[in-house]
Design a protein around this ligand. Sequence first.
Ligand code: CDP
Length: 210
Amino acid sequence: MKKIIAVDGPAGAGKSTVSKLCAARLGYTYIDTGAMYRAVALKVIQSGKNLDENLIKDIEITLDESGKVFLDGIDVTKEIRTPEVSRGASNVAKFGFVRKKLTELQREMAKRGKVIMDGRDIGTQVLPNADLKIFLTASVDERAKRRFEELKAKNFPANLDQIKNEIILRDKQDSEREIAPLAQADDAILLDSTNLTVEQVVNKILELAQ
Ligand code: CDP
């Protein structure tokens, strides 16, 4: 069984949904690194200050087993999912000092093994020796539709065209940044989920993990 699984891909590809389910089936810990960048973005927004090393020096980000996210001890699970924080996360993710800090935390979390970690740079930078690397993608229309449904289900105001544009913009920014851009690792397996159900993607990953 593969002990360390890395799942990367663009916004709304379904990484967190399938990673969470795979982790539950395997008895592994799921680590949502996007939630950590979102927590940094929320901290910047709430502080009203500019992002600098001092602001995140002692930042505490905790991911619990039930999927809750805590920022400096406060439950921010819901707050980090707004479109404003999505944009903010992509902005803070450009900074080397932010990536360094979060990458260290993520490697520490993966040390125990039996983890499935998702993000943008897990297979390329954070865990280059992962036992299994997946690059999960889907068409931009499908990804926008999924994010639209997700926001609606959470009672956030949502507009499909606007979501699609934001996804295109964020993917561009994430792929073109200088440090640790969104990229498929050479040894990652490409999985296009456009026409697959969640169950089909989960089964495929579990098969590969055997
Ligand atoms: O859920 P979604 O795919 O929309 O995004 P996310 O995984 O929560 O990540 C939010 C943002 O954090 C991304 O757009 C990236 O800019 C950044 N991120 C990153 O740079 N590196 C990671 N390992 C994870 C997220």
